[in-house]
Design a binder for this molecule. Structure first.
Ligand code: SF4
Ligand code: SF4
Length: 72
């Protein structure tokens, strides 16, 4: 039971939709169009595009996003 993960060799981006308050800031600051708002929640629509810049993490007011830059 250790295979719970997304695609290999890409981003460490994690979005906790339960924490998301729907401010949509992440969709505005992400330079890669990774997020989209759906029913007032952020969703990851292009996971592989994430370059781990951290802009979404720094701007999210509810700590719903995490990323660990510098891994790759
Ligand atoms: S870390 Fe940067 S590229 Fe990745 S989702 Fe957040 S804002 Fe977009
Ligand atoms: S910045 Fe955070 S709270 Fe705002 S929409 Fe994105 S994930 Fe949700």
């Amino acid at each position: 039971m250790k295979d719970l993960r997304y695609l290999d060799d890409v981003s460490t981006l994690v979005l906790n939709e339960e924490k998301c308050i729907g401010c949509s800031l992440c969709t505005e600051v992400c330079p890669r169009g990774v997020f989209e708002m759906r029913q007032n929640k952020a969703h990851i629509i292009d996971f592989n595009a994430c370059m781990e810049c951290g802009a979404c993490v720094n701007n999210c007011p509810s700590q719903a996003i995490s990323v660990s830059p510098g891994v790759g």
